[in-house]
Design a protein around this ligand. Structure first.
Ligand SMILES: Cc1cc2nc3c(=O)[nH]c(=O)nc-3n(C[C@H](O)[C@H](O)[C@H](O)COP(=O)(O)OP(=O)(O)OC[C@H]3O[C@@H](n4cnc5c(N)ncnc54)[C@H](O)[C@@H]3O)c2cc1C
Length: 393
């Protein structure tokens, strides 16, 4: 079997890449380890930067997002039992964010690929990449319950298979540098069947740790608590979660948190990670396969999309002109944006969480940073500009 670009992973990066390549009439095959039902139900990110919204629109997959997503024009920061708003449009020249679940973006992209006759294969296993340092890399895999291996010959391979995928592991360690930061806390997240108690995404700093109120729809709230990363979700019955949320989110003005049935809950570790470069021979890494951010800045899915926007243009340029300039620059171009998002995500995380070794001096520094961020037009604008996403280019 042959295709132009073999793509491993049907997350936002792999599906968007396949969709963008198709617009250039470039063939691709997407290989996904999980079932379609599984990837379409996997609840993860939910904040789309303006640039991601624009790209989905420009490429014809934005309709349902506009029908069902929620445009937000700011966020709230809470500390010292008071709430402060950061308004986005006036600080960023009219830009905003869209709340629309990652699983909905994935559904829209799968539907678009299949409607256009795209080749997306679910439930494949044991994907291997060979000869990616040659001009014709080969992907091999098993399909369904068959024990036969299928070979897929390609011009390029895109490793879009997330943090636990096979792509990054296939590259010899001597060929890249890894940058890490592990955080000494995790996020306990719940999905609850209740209308959100705040109009906007609300980030809260307290002495007991961080809390976040977000939403997936006008009827479904998403709430998070900073917890020990090794804590067991069994230690957190719903009552304890709601009590802790009430305590951390409390403010002195009139406001209350409304409870509802918990639909899902889990604890996620927090880390920052970058691998450089994003290319080895004809294998190109994109999205979580190459970099991870803590979710505090809502950047993970947006970076996956911005990586493949750069990669699709570079691949198209190669087919169009035979020039490898774009491919040669892919890693440097994509990493510039990745590192900006790394810094922003680390900064938000450091400002809003309690660290186990924090002393009273550190607490005063965090509060000073929070006061400055909401009081200074320049500091608010910096947060807003990073949150809605820097312009491409
Ligand atoms: C629990 C959780 C909550 C998150 N919350 C947020 C948030 O609030 N905001 C935010 O911006 N980001 C968040 N993120 C991060 C965001 O979801 C990711 O950055 C985003 O999914 C990256 O997209 P991707 O396509 O690169 O990788 P993924 O979405 O991980 O997709 C990779 C795909 O590859 C498949 N795959 C893996 N291995 C193989 C293999 N060997 N063969 C074939 N297929 C394979 C996987 O099944 C998956 O479908 C969260 C992540 C997690 C895990």
């Amino acid at each position: 079997m042959r295709t132009q670009v073999g793509i491993i992973g049907a997350g936002p990066a792999g599906l968007m890449l396949s969709h963008l390549l198709a617009r250039y009439d470039i063939d691709s095959v997407v290989l996904e380890a999980r079932s379609r039902e599984y990837v379409e139900a996997r609840v993860r990110a939910g904040v789309l930067e303006q640039g991601t919204v624009d790209l989905l629109d420009e490429t014809g997959v934005g309709k349902r997002m506009h029908d069902e997503g929620l445009v937000h024009e700011g966020i709230e920061l809470r500390f010292d039992r008071a709430s402060h708003r950061i308004p986005f449009p006036e600080l960023t020249g009219g830009r905003s964010i869209m709340l629309y679940g990652q699983q909905e973006v994935v559904k829209d992209l799968i539907a678009a690929r299949l409607a256009a006759g795209g080749d997306v294969r679910f439930d494949v296993s044991d994907v291997r990449i060979d000869k990616f340092d040659s001009a014709e890399p080969v992907l091999s895999f098993q399909e369904g319950h068959s024990s036969n291996r299928v070979e897929l010959h390609c011009d390029f391979v895109a490793g879009c298979d997330g943090f636990h995928g096979v792509s990054r592991e296939s590259i010899p360690r001597s060929e890249f540098t890894e940058y890490h930061r592990e955080y000494p806390f995790g996020w306990l997240g719940i999905l609850a069947a209740v209308a959100p108690s705040a109009d906007e995404v609300t980030y809260t700093y307290t002495d007991r740790g961080f809390a976040l109120m977000s939403l997936r729809s006008p009827q479904i709230s998403r709430l998070y608590l900073q917890v020990d990363p090794d804590d067991d979700i069994a230690n957190w019955p719903d009552r304890r979660i709601w009590d802790e949320l009430h305590t951390r989110l409390a403010i002195d003005s009139e406001w209350s948190l409304t409870e509802g049935p918990v639909l899902e809950k889990g604890i996620t570790a927090m880390r920052s990670f970058v691998l450089e470069p994003l290319r080895y021979g004809r294998l190109f890494l994109a999205g979580d396969a190459a970099h991870i951010v803590p979710p505090t800045g809502a950047k993970g899915m947006n970076l996956a999309i911005s990586d493949v926007a750069v990669l699709a243009d570079a691949v198209a340029h190669w087919y169009d002109t035979g020039s490898s300039t774009g491919l040669d620059d892919y890693s440097t171009t994509a990493l510039r944006r990745v590192w900006r998002a790394q810094h922003f995500s680390w900064w938000m995380t450091s400002m809003l969480h309690r660290f186990p070794d924090d002393d009273p001096y550190q607490r005063q520094l965090q509060l000073s940073q929070l006061h400055y961020t909401v009081a200074s037009q320049a500091a608010s604008a910096s947060l807003a500009e990073n949150y809605v996403g820097l312009l491409r280019g």
